[in-house]
Write a protein that binds this ligand. Sequence first.
Ligand code: FE2
Length: 204
Amino acid sequence: MTIDLDLAGLSRRSALKGWFAAGSALIGNSILSPVSYASDRTLPATPACGEDIGPTRAMTEGPFYSENPPEKRNFRTDTGGTPVTLLGYVLNAACTPIANAIVDLWHADSDGRYDNQGFNMRGYQRTDGQGRYYFDTIRPAEYAGRTPHYHVKITPPNGRTLTTQLYFPDEPLNELDHLFDSALLMNMHPASDGEIGRFDFVLA
Ligand SMILES: [Fe+2]
């Protein structure tokens, strides 16, 4: 069985509605792998994250993390830029969604600058009861030596924090960034108000 999750051309609201509806149908049945999503946008009948992808790779925190960020979903009021809705699951190694995991996101603005005095473009969300998270944010710009990227920390309840980074597949600067890892590419889809970036985190 496959479930079509084609988000192209949908508004962000419609896409999110579809995402949550599809997500509800998925749990306990099958989990979308980023690889299959990129290739055909359909869901495999069996979970693929453990077999095909494995735990999400850790990556350096970088020098711009600020402790104690606020709980925040909408970064777009912090700055202008191309809208991106970042969404996905947090899963354990058996591909089971993890509820109430903290997803802490921080990144540069559309000029490649971090807010190191306040909490613009910084905040966390908790996954819902089905292990899903999303943020309304923008596409960050490159800065010295770095291709555009998101920084994230994922902390499951009573578990270890995964610190990593996410990348955009269409960025020519990826190849010039020595930290770039193709395993951390998001699946990007156009939306009427920008883009949807999907990444499912698999914790070890
Ligand atoms: Fe960075």
